[in-house]
Design a protein around this ligand. Structure first.
Ligand SMILES: Cc1cc2nc3c(=O)[nH]c(=O)nc-3n(C[C@H](O)[C@H](O)[C@H](O)COP(=O)(O)O)c2cc1C
Length: 89
C-alpha cells in the first residue's frame, strides 16, 4: 500500500504507472520490428477533443508507431555507442 495517498500523490503514481506501461509497450512492439516515438509535447485540448475524452482527463504521452526509413527522415540516425551508456554490474 502506498503511504502517499493524497490527490496529488495519486496523480503522480498514475502518471508514473502509465509511463512504465508505455515503456513496456515500446519495448514489446520493438521486438516486432516496429519503432516508436514518444511525445510529451502536444496540444492536449485538441487531442482530448479528437478522442472524445473528458476535459479533466490527463494524457500521459502520445506514442507514434511505424516502420523506420533506412536512410532516416532528416538524415542518418545518431546513436551514442551502447558501451558508453551501459555498464553490467
Ligand atoms: C520522454 C520523452 C519525451 C519526448 N517528447 C517529444 C515531443 O514532445 N516531441 C517530439 O518531437 N519528440 C519527443 N521526444 C523524442 C522522440 O520521441 C524521439 O525519441 C527522438 O526524436 C529520437 O528519434 P529517433 O529514435 O528516430 O532517433 C521525446 C522523447 C522522450 C524520451
Amino acid at each position: 500500500m502506498y503511504r502517499e495517498v493524497g490527490r496529488c500523490d495519486l496523480r503522480i503514481i498514475a502518471h508514473k504507472s502509465a509511463a512504465l506501461a508505455a515503456e513496456n509497450f515500446m519495448i514489446s512492439i520493438a521486438s516486432k520490428g516496429i519503432d516508436t516515438y514518444p511525445m510529451e509535447g502536444f496540444d492536449s485540448k485538441r487531442v482530448k477533443k479528437i478522442l472524445g475524452l473528458p476535459k479533466k482527463a490527463e494524457i500521459n504521452m502520445i506514442i507514434g508507431c511505424g516502420f523506420r526509413d533506412k536512410g532516416g527522415i532528416y538524415g542518418p540516425r545518431f546513436r551514442v555507442p551502447f558501451e558508453e551508456v551501459y555498464r553490467a554490474m
